[in-house]
Design a protein around this ligand. Structure first.
Ligand code: PEP
Ligand code: MG
Length: 575
C-alpha cells in the first residue's frame, strides 16, 4: 500500500485498476546475423502481427470513435503493405546481414526524413504514419507490448506522465473512471478536459508512473488531490462512504438547477459553462448553465489529420447555438499553441511555445484558416445568441486586424445573400497583462471582456501553468492578479460593457467571493462546478464581498487573502 499527493484537478472519487499509459523503451543494439532467412521470417511475423493488431484497432475505432479516427489506422495498414518500404528492409537484412530491428529503423528513418523535407502536407503526414508503424513493428520484434488507450475495455484509471488534450479526447468515458499524471496543474488542458468529462483526476503527483504498476488497484481522490495505491480494506470502505456523501451533496446542489444566480442581497450574476465540443452541451443543461461563456473551438481541430471544413464547423456551431436555445454562447476563435498542438499544421518547434506563434497570432497570419472559421461562425449566427471572442490579444492592433477580417467576411456573406445575425457581440480574452493594463482603451472598442486567468496568471507571475514545481507562484488569489482583474472589470463598466471570466479561477470556491465583490458580471466554468458555485453565491452578500475585495486589494501576500476569505466563509456557514 502506498500514497501519493498531487493537485486535485477534477472532483469526485474513482476506484479501479491502474492502466499505465507509458511509452515503452524500444531501444535495441545492431547485431550481425548468420541465418538471414530466419531473420527475414522473424520480420515477416512481426509485420503480420502488427497488421492483425491494427485491423482490430481500426474496427474498434470505427465503432466507438467514428470513421474519421479509424482512417488513421487505415493509413497505417497501407504503409505496412507498401513494397517500397518493406522490400528494402528485407534486402538490407539479406545483403548487410544485420538484425531486423536495425534494418527496419534505418530504412524507415530514411523515408521519414525524405518525406519530412518535402514541401507537401500530405507527404509530411506520411512521415508521421511511418514513424507510428515502425514503432509498432519494432515492439513486436522486441516482444514489448505497446499501450493503446482506445482498446481499453474494462474499468480503469489511467496513469501517465502527462496526457495531451487529444489523448484525453480519445478516452472512452464508459471505461476510463479517472486519471492521474506525474506533471500538470489545475489549469493544464488535460485537467480541464477531465472536469468537462466529469472524471476524477489528480495531476502533478511527480511519481505516479514510477509508484504505480499496471493492474494495481488505485483510488483517485479528485477532491483532496490524493492517490492511494493498493489500499487496505479499511481505506476502501472509508472511500465508499465518502463517495456516497459526495453523491448526496451533489443531489442537494441539483435542486438549484433552474434557479437564477442571485446573491443574498439581490445582485444577479450569470453562471455560464466552458465547453470543448457540442457533446458537452448535455452537461451544461443538466447543471443549469445560464449560457456558454467559453467554447474552446480548438478541440474541433484536434485528433484528426486535416483542418475541419467550413461546413463541418458550421454544423458544430449551429448545434451549440440551437442547443442553448437563445441563451448566450461565447465562441472563441482558434486558440492553438502552448499545450494544444495540431501536428498536421507542421509548425516549427519553438523554445517557448506558450510565448510563441499561437492563437490570434497564427490566425492573423494563416488567414485562410481564420476566414474559414469566421465564415462558419457568421453563417451559424442566425441560429442563436452568438458572441465571438478572440484569444490571446496582446494589443489593440491585433484586435483591430482581427475585427477587420471578420467585417470583410461578413460583407462577403451578406452580398451572397446569407442570413447573418445583426446582433453579434465581439469581445476579447484578457490573458496577457499588457491587455489588462490597457483595458480602458480596449473597452472603447470591444463589446465585452472575458478574463482568461489560466494564462493571465502564468504570464503575470512568469510561472508555467503546467509545471507543478512553480505552482507555488501560480496563485489566483495573489493581490497582483486581483488588481489586474479589478482594472479589467472597472474599465468595462466605465464604458457600459460587461466583464466575464472563463479561466478556472471563476469556478474556484475561494475566488468566487472576491470576484463577486470586484463586480464580475459573468462567471464561466466547467459545467460540473456551476451548481456548487450557485449554492455558494446564493449565501453571499455582494455588499460584504465588496468590502472583502477592497481589503484584499490592499493586502501584501496571497496567504493574507486566503485567510480573509476563509474567515468570512466560516462566518457565512455559521450564519
Ligand atoms: C485561459 O487562459 O484562462 C483560458 C480560459 O484559455 P485556455 O485555458 O484555453 O488557455
Ligand atoms: Mg488561455
Amino acid at each position: 500500500m502506498s500514497f501519493l499527493k498531487g493537485i486535485a484537478a477534477s472532483s469526485g472519487i474513482a476506484m479501479a485498476k491502474a492502466y499505465r499509459l507509458v511509452e515503452p523503451d524500444l531501444s535495441f543494439e545492431k547485431k550481425a546475423i548468420e541465418d538471414t532467412a530466419w531473420e527475414v521470417e522473424r520480420f515477416q511475423t512481426a509485420l503480420s502481427t502488427s497488421k492483425a493488431e491494427l485491423d482490430a484497432i481500426r474496427e474498434k475505432a470505427n465503432v466507438e470513435l467514428g470513421a474519421d479516427k479509424a482512417a488513421i489506422f487505415e493509413a497505417h495498414l497501407l504503409v505496412l503493405s507498401d513494397p517500397e518500404l518493406i522490400s528494402p528492409i528485407e534486402d538490407k537484412i539479406k545483403t548487410e546481414k544485420v538484425n531486423a530491428e536495425h534494418a527496419l529503423k534505418e530504412v524507415a528513418d530514411m523515408f521519414i526524413s525524405l518525406f519530412e523535407q518535402m514541401d507537401n502536407d500530405y507527404m509530411k503526414e506520411r512521415a508521421a504514419d511511418i514513424r507510428d508503424v515502425t514503432k509498432r513493428v519494432l515492439s513486436h520484434l522486441l516482444g514489448i507490448q505497446l499501450v493503446n488507450p482506445s482498446m481499453i475495455s474494462e474499468e480503469t484509471i489511467i496513469v501517465a506522465e502527462d496526457l495531451t488534450p487529444s489523448d484525453t479526447a480519445q478516452l472512452n468515458r464508459q471505461f476510463v473512471k479517472g486519471f492521474t499524471t506525474n506533471i500538470g496543474g489545475r489549469t493544464s488542458h488535460s485537467a480541464i478536459m477531465a472536469r468537462s468529462m466529469e472524471i476524477p483526476a489528480v495531476v502533478g503527483t511527480k511519481t505516479a508512473t514510477v509508484d504505480i504498476q499496471h493492474g494495481d488497484f488505485i483510488i483517485v481522490d479528485g477532491l483532496k488531490g490524493e492517490v492511494h495505491v493498493n489500499p487496505t480494506l479499511e481505506i476502501i470502505a472509508r472511500y465508499e462512504e465518502e463517495q456516497i456523501c459526495y453523491e448526496e451533496q451533489k443531489a442537494e446542489w441539483a435542486k438549484l438547477v433552474n434557479e437564477k444566480t442571485v446573491s443574498a442581497d439581490g445582485h444577479h450574476v450569470e453562471l455560464a459553462a466552458n465547453i470543448g465540443t457540442p457533446n458537452d452541451l448535455e452537461g451544461v443543461i443538466n447543471n443549469g448553465g445560464e449560457g456558454i461563456g467559453l467554447y474552446r473551438t480548438e478541440f474541433l481541430y484536434m485528433g484528426r489529420n486535416e483542418l475541419p471544413s467550413e461546413e463541418e464547423q458550421f454544423e458544430s456551431y449551429k448545434a451549440v447555438l440551437e442547443g442553448m436555445n437563445g441563451k448566450p454562447v461565447v465562441v472563441r476563435t482558434l486558440d492553438i499553441g502552448g499545450d494544444k498542438e495540431l501536428p498536421y499544421l507542421n509548425l516549427p518547434k519553438e523554445m517557448n511555445p506558450f510565448l510563441g506563434f499561437r492563437a490570434i497570432r497564427l490566425c492573423l497570419e494563416e488567414q485562410d484558416l481564420f476566414r474559414t472559421q469566421l465564415r462558419a461562425l457568421l453563417r451559424a449566427s442566425s441560429y442563436g445568441n452568438l458572441k465571438i471572442m478572440f484569444p490571446m490579444i496582446a494589443n489593440l492592433d491585433e484586435f483591430r486586424a482581427a475585427k477587420a477580417i471578420l467585417e470583410e467576411e461578413k460583407q462577403k456573406l451578406v452580398s451572397e445573400g446569407v442570413n447573418i445575425s445583426d446582433n453579434i457581440e465581439l469581445g476579447i480574452m484578457v490573458e496577457i497583462p499588457s491587455t489588462a493594463i490597457m483595458a480602458d482603451q480596449f473597452a472603447k472598442e470591444v463589446d465585452f471582456f472575458s478574463i482568461g486567468t489560466n494564462d493571465l496568471i502564468q504570464y503575470t507571475m512568469a510561472a508555467d501553468r503546467m509545471n507543478e514545481r512553480v505552482s507555488y507562484l501560480y496563485q489566483p488569489y495573489s493581490p497582483a492578479i486581483l488588481r489586474l482583474v479589478k482594472m479589467v472589470i472597472d474599465a468595462a463598466h466605465k464604458e457600459g460593457k460587461w466583464a466575464g471570466m472563463c479561466g478556472e479561477m471563476a469556478g474556484d470556491e475561494t475566488a468566487i467571493p472576491l470576484l463577486l465583490g470586484l463586480g464580475l458580471d459573468e462567471f464561466s466554468m466547467s459545467a460540473t462546478s456551476i451548481l456548487k458555485a450557485r449554492s455558494q453565491i446564493l449565501r453571499l452578500s455582494k455588499m460584504e464581498m465588496e468590502e472583502l475585495a477592497e481589503k484584499a486589494l490592499q493586502m501584501s501576500t496571497t496567504d493574507e487573502v486566503i485567510e480573509a476569505v476563509k474567515a468570512l466563509s466560516e462566518k457565512v456557514v455559521s450564519m
